[in-house]
Design a protein around this ligand. Sequence first.
Ligand code: ADP
Ligand code: MG
Length: 238
Amino acid sequence: MSYLQLSGVEKLFGEHRVIKGIDLAIKQGEFVVFVGPSGCGKSTLLRLIAGLETIDGGSLQLDGRDITHQPSSKRDLAMVFQSYALYPHMSVFENMSFALKLANVDPAIIKDKVDRAARILNLTNYLQRTPKELSGGQRQRVAIGRAIVRAPKVFLFDEPLSNLDAALRGQTRIEIAKLHRDLGATTIYVTHDQVEAMTLADRVVVLRDGNIEQVGTPLELYDRPANQFVAQFIGTPQ
Ligand code: ADP
Ligand code: MG
């Protein structure tokens, strides 16, 4: 049974149909990567799932509930923004605990959850620093930590490594893979980088111009690309 079900999902910006009726079933605990060239609709599809864009057609089900028209805050999903979305004047601890504080979670429980996330992300010694006292990779880990403490049903990442230099990208990619192994949380990860897609994904969804071209494991896409577009996209470094 699918955990997150997209059925005929559509999005228009004015006259422009940018998501053209997408059907996709994601299993609990799966790491799914949306990949495709710039402008194909990856971010829009993720934002539709997150509830950050209104849907123009089709439906979304999460864990047996219809979330198609639910506000973002009620969906129990956490989107990991790029590291520049941290609050610059707050410490790492405050950044990571902010959502829980807003939800009036007990301070002792907040501390527990933040400490646990900090251990997973190797941030234990940095909790009292502010973002500007951290490296780019550490900031990105804080952004991930803000999602972890909320224990969402689904993690959504939109090109989380794109602000990092090549060395840090590789390292953070490994950390994200480890995080998924440790937490086992359902994850949707958007990238235009096929190396990221092929190394992280349980299943890759190749998007082109608002449609799905192919869905499969990295090996399936590599061995049996459905068409020339997939073959070229998977086979050619961007
Ligand atoms: P990707 O993330 O794959 O690069 P996007 O989802 O950002 O692609 O964009 C898909 C298409 O939708 C593009 O043609 C883009 O120009 C258009 N688009 C995205 N956001 C908006 C918006 N807020 N208003 C109008 N058009 C948009
Ligand atoms: Mg995008």
